[in-house]
Structure formats: C-alpha cells, structure tokens
Design a protein around this ligand. Structure first.
Ligand code: MN
Length: 277
C-alpha cells in the first residue's frame, strides 16, 4: 500500500455562468484546466437571491456527464426529451449527456441558501454519442457509512467499507464521497491505483489530507498511490474526495461540448443549430 499526498493546491476563482449565477470555479480555470477525467468543478453558495435567481436557462451539452450535488436549496431540472425533476438538499443528479440534450437548471426558491456543486466528468470516445441517461438520486438512497469514530461518509459513487453508492454504470469508475470528520477523527481510505483524485474542503476550517493541512476552499490534487490518510482539524470539517479513471484521450472543448477532435465540435455545433439535440 502506498499513501497518496497533495501534489498541487488550487483555490476556485469567482466567476458567473448561466444567466448570471455567481459561483467558484475550482476545476476548469487557468490554474487547473482539467484533472482527467474531470473537466470542471463549480461550487455555488449564496444566500443572496440575486446571486442565483437567474439560474441556468436552456443550454446544450454533448460528450460528457454533469453531476449536481445539492447541499442546500432546490433546483429544478427540465430537458427537451421530457425529463424533469426537483433537486433538493442532499440529492444528486448524475446526467450522462451523451450525444446531446438541451436542458435548464433553475432555482425553485426566491430566497434562502443555495449551495452545491457541479462536476463535469468526461466520457470515453466510444461513449460520447451514447443516448442521454439520468440518475436522479434522492438523499435517502445515499448510504451513510461510519467507518471510524467521528467519521461520517455519504457514499454517492464507488465503494467503501462494504457499501456501494447508488450511482451505477459510469465509464470512469468514479468514487464520490462527502466526508465529515470530527476533531480527532481519522480515516484511511482505499483509493485504488490508476485513478486521478482530489480533495476539496467545503465546510469547517481545515482537514489533514495525506498528512498536510488543506483549508476550506482549497482543492488538493492527489498523487498516485493506493490509499489516502484523512484526519479532522480543530473544528468539524467536511470535504469531498473524488476520484476516477483517467481517459487519456484528446480533449477538444467548446463551451458545453467536449469531444475528441475539432471536427466533432463542428458537428456538435451544426447538430445543435439544426435542432438535432
Ligand atoms: Mn447544464
């Protein structure tokens, strides 16, 4: 067994997307363009309606997956294939856009806290034009695992301590964990070789990740290895630990289209304009 450690630290940059939703872009920005297979990580958190109320009106996606994890607030999802759903606190939507969808993601609240994450996960070339697929996961379907004293893990994808998260059939074999650590708590996480991973502290002050302090709002890119040592700080802390199998394929991205070649991007634009999504 070899321990993983932090090889790079990144803080999100303030930006806005959709019709003017303020957010922090942690992956998919100049400091960290991508971490194969992860193309983007946004954290949105505000209790000011003006920061989120405009939402994400109809927009397309092709060639990858969007994963929305809500911590607080409600977002309604609706697409051009007749799918719709309400994403409430603690719920996850793993959307495989595949060959293309047009959808909107709109706040279903006019005040109060809206907080969550959106992660973009790339699809291998052979799956980029697959049929769109949704996994809408209510909070009660997400196992809460307590592998050690003072440790509480929401297991969204992957396996931990004999439990398996509800997200299924994803090409990059992802691990997606929301880990709560009390002061003094410690955990050794199996994080198999051959996967890229990161940790991102989103609540509390700091955690020890691979023996080093990682502060709230910092993403730590993890080295190779087969396990990760985590420990709490002086206050209760929560962090995401996410890992996945890198695709090691060419990436050509143009806004909401992520393909392998420029020609495929041109096709995506043409198909979108022709109403073929
Ligand atoms: Mn979207």
């Amino acid at each position: 067994m070899s321990d993983r450690h932090i090889i790079r630290r990144v803080r999100g940059i303030d930006t806005s997307d959709g019709a003017g939703v303020k957010l922090k872009r942690v992956i998919g920005q100049p400091e960290l363009d991508m971490l194969d297979p992860f193309l983007l990580l946004d954290e949105f958190r505000s209790d000011q309606a003006g920061d989120y109320i405009a939402g994400f009106p109809e927009h397309p996606h092709r060639g990858f997956e969007t994963v929305t994890y809500m911590l607080a607030g409600h977002m309604q999802h609706r697409d051009n294939h007749g799918n719709h759903g309400d994403l409430g606190p603690g719920s996850v939507q793993w959307m495989t856009a595949g060959r293309g969808i047009l959808h909107s993601e709109m706040p279903q609240q006019e005040n109060g806290l809206m907080w969550g994450f959106q992660l973009w996960v790339n699809l291998p070339a052979k799956d980029k034009m697959t049929a769109p697929r949704y996994q809408d996961i209510a909070p009660q379907r997400i196992p809460v695992v307590r592998p050690a004293a003072g440790v509480e893990v929401k297991l969204i994808a992957g396996t931990l301590a004999g439990a398996t998260g509800p997200v299924e059939g994803i090409a990059t074999a992802p691990l997606y964990l929301d880990i709560g650590l009390q002061p003094g708590a410690a955990l050794t996480l199996d994080l198999p070789d051959g996967r890229n991973g990161f940790a991102y502290v989103f609540e509390g002050e700091s955690a020890l990740v691979g023996g080093e302090k990682l502060e709230r709002g910092e993403l730590g890119v993890l080295s190779e290895g087969s396990q990760l040592q985590l420990a709490g700080g002086e206050q209760p802390v929560r962090l995401l630990v996410v890992a996945g199998r890198p695709l090691e394929e060419p990436v050509v991205r143009y806004g909401p289209f992520v393909m392998n070649t420029s020609a495929e991007i041109h096709d995506a634009i043409a198909d979108f304009r022709a109403g073929r999504f």
